[in-house]
Design a protein. Structure first.
Length: 94
């Protein structure tokens, strides 16, 4: 593990680093991390089609400081529930 990279997920909680990695299962820590350690400049979201869920989308819009957000997904049709527009609203074209 790189010394300046923190991780929340997979049973690990190394917090307060300049670069933070969150798994989707530990995503709820992102807002707490921002409150305790300051705003994020950028948020990079892999498998961003998951971000269109009600809970995840709400949390992403609550990140303080309005960071630049980038979303990536290899899932071509994205979502069957038609919430693709949320991904585009959060990240731009994916």
């Amino acid at each position: 593990m790189l010394p300046s990279v923190g991780v929340c997920g997979g049973g690990k909680r190394i917090r307060g680093k300049r670069v933070m990695l969150f798994t989707i299962d530990s995503f709820h820590w992102l807002l707490k991390e921002a409150e305790e350690y300051g705003n994020f400049d950028k948020v990079i979201f892999d498998e961003c089609h998951l971000a269109a869920s009600d809970d995840c989308c709400t949390k992403l819009t609550q990140i303080p400081g309005q960071p630049h957000m980038y979303g990536f997904s290899a899932t071509q049709d994205m979502r069957e529930d038609g919430k693709n527009y949320r991904c585009e609203g959060l990240f731009g074209p994916t």
